[in-house]
Design a binder for this molecule. Structure first.
Ligand SMILES: O=C(O)CCC(=O)C(=O)O
Ligand SMILES: [Fe+2]
Length: 338
C-alpha cells in the first residue's frame, strides 16, 4: 500500500493493525468535552489592553484564538482550498515530494518524520516547506495546483506578519526591548499542512501525537472539521473549529525565553470516521546558531534562570534523540535547582 494515505483508493472497513495504539495511548470511545473558555483576543482593540490579554491568555490558559487578525478571510479560504486540492491530486505527483529527510526543504510524508522506525503510525499526511525568505524558497514548492505558489506565497507573507505582530505584543508584555524577537529568533518560517482522511476506527488511533510545539510560536488555521485537543485540568478537551479565527500556540522556545511564565500547552489530534480534515500550521523558529536563553528581564534577580542557554541546533539534536518529544528534549537544558 502507498505510504501516503491520501493516495489510498480504498481504506477498508477496519483500521490497519499498524495504526492501532496500545490501550493507554488510544483516545477510546469517549465523548470529549468542548473547551468553552478559550481566550479570544480581538486585535482591533486598544494595544495596551491586547497586550495584557495576550499575556494572561498565554500564562494562565496556555494558548488563545484571535479575531480581527487582518489576515484576509478570502485568502485563508483560498489557501485551504489549494491544499485540499493538492492532497486530492494524483498519486505520482504527490509521490515526487515524498521524503523523510529533514534537510529537504519541501517534503510530503505520512504519520511522522520517523515513519520508517515507528511501531505505530499516526493517521495523517503532512506537507512541510520553508517559506522565508520567500524568493529563496518558492522555487521548491509545488507548481500544481497552478495557483499554488501565488496563493500560498501571499498566505505565508500574511502569516509571518501576523505572528511577528503577536510576538511584538508578547515582547512588550514581558518587558523585552523593541525588536527582541525579530531577526535570528524568528528567522525560519515553516508551513506545515496536516491532512487526515476519514478513519475506520477513531477510538484506536491518533491523527497526531500528544506534544508541545518545539518552535518559538505557531499559528493554526482550522477547517470546519474538529480534531484538535488540548490537555487541560487532567483531561483531553476538544477545540471548536472556527474557520475564520487563528489559533496561537506558544512554543517551547517562548517557555524558555519567558523563564517558564509561558507553558507551551500539550495538544494532539484525533481522527473522525466521516470527513476529511485539513489544517494549516505556520511555525516561526530560531535560526540554528542563535542562543536561546531566559531573558534577563524575565529571570530577574529574584528568579533564577530555569534553563541554560542553548542553540536551536543543540535543541534540535536533543529533540531527534528524544524520539521527537520536544518536552523531553527541553529537560536536557534545565538548570539544576539549588
Ligand atoms: O492539526 C491541528 O489542528 C494541530 C496541528 C499541530 O498541533 C501542529 O502542527 O503542531
Ligand atoms: Fe502542535
Amino acid at each position: 500500500m502507498d505510504i501516503l494515505m491520501s493516495n489510498w483508493s480504498n481504506v477498508g472497513q477496519s483500521l490497519p493493525e499498524n495504526y492501532i495504539f496500545p490501550p493507554d495511548k488510544r483516545p477510546g470511545k469517549h465523548v470529549f468535552p468542548v473547551l468553552k473558555d478559550v481566550p479570544v483576543i480581538d486585535l482591533g482593540h486598544d494595544r495596551a489592553e491586547v497586550i495584557q490579554q495576550i499575556l494572561s491568555a498565554s500564562q494562565d490558559f496556555g494558548f488563545f484564538e484571535v479575531i480581527n487578525h487582518d489576515v484576509p478571510i478570502s485568502l485563508m479560504e483560498d489557501t485551504m482550498n489549494v491544499f485540499k486540492e493538492l492532497f486530492g491530486m494524483e498519486a505520482e505527483y504527490k509521490a515526487s515530494f515524498y521524503s523523510t529527510e529533514i534537510s529537504k526543504k519541501c517534503r510530503l510524508y505520512s504519520s511522522t518524520m520517523n515513519y520508517d522506525n515507528e511501531e505505530v503510525h499516526y493517521w495523517r499526511d503532512n506537507l512541510t516547506h520553508h517559506c522565508y525568505p520567500l524568493q529563496d524558497q518558492i522555487e521548491l514548492w509545488p507548481q500544481k495546483p497552478t495557483r499554488y505558489r501565488k496563493v500560498v506565497g501571499a498566505y505565508s507573507i500574511e502569516a509571518r506578519k501576523f505572528l511577528l505582530r503577536i510576538l511584538d505584543h508578547i515582547r512588550e508584555g514581558l518587558g523585552l526591548k523593541p525588536g527582541y524577537f525579530n531577526g535570528e529568533l524568528s528567522k525560519i518560517q515553516l508551513l506545515s499542512v496536516n491532512h487526515h482522511i476519514p478513519c475506520p476506527n477513531p477510538s484506536l488511533t491518533l491523527g497526531m501525537p500528544e506534544h508541545s510545539d518545539p518552535n518559538l510560536i505557531t499559528v493554526l488555521q482550522q477547517c470546519s472539521v474538529p480534531g484538535l485537543q488540548f490537555f487541560r485540568n487532567g483531561q483531553w478537551m476538544n477545540v471548536e473549529s472556527i474557520t475564520d479565527r487563528l489559533i496561537v500556540v506558544p512554543g517551547l522556545q517562548l517557555k524558555v525565553i519567558s523563564n517558564g511564565r509561558f507553558s507551551s500547552p500539550i495538544h494532539r489530534v484525533i481522527t473522525n470516521s466521516e470527513e476529511y480534515r485539513t489544517t494549516i500550521g505556520t511555525f516561526l523558529i530560531p535560526s540554528n546558531e542563535i542562543v536561546i536563553e531566559p531573558s534577563k528581564d524575565c529571570a530577574g534577580d529574584d528568579h533564577d534562570p530555569v534553563y541554560r542557554g542553548f542553540t536551536y541546533k543543540e535543541f534540535f539534536s536533543a529533540f531527534t534523540e528524544s524520539n521527537c518529544d520536544a518536552r523531553i528534549a527541553l529537560e536536557f537544558f534545565k538548570n539544576k535547582t539549588k
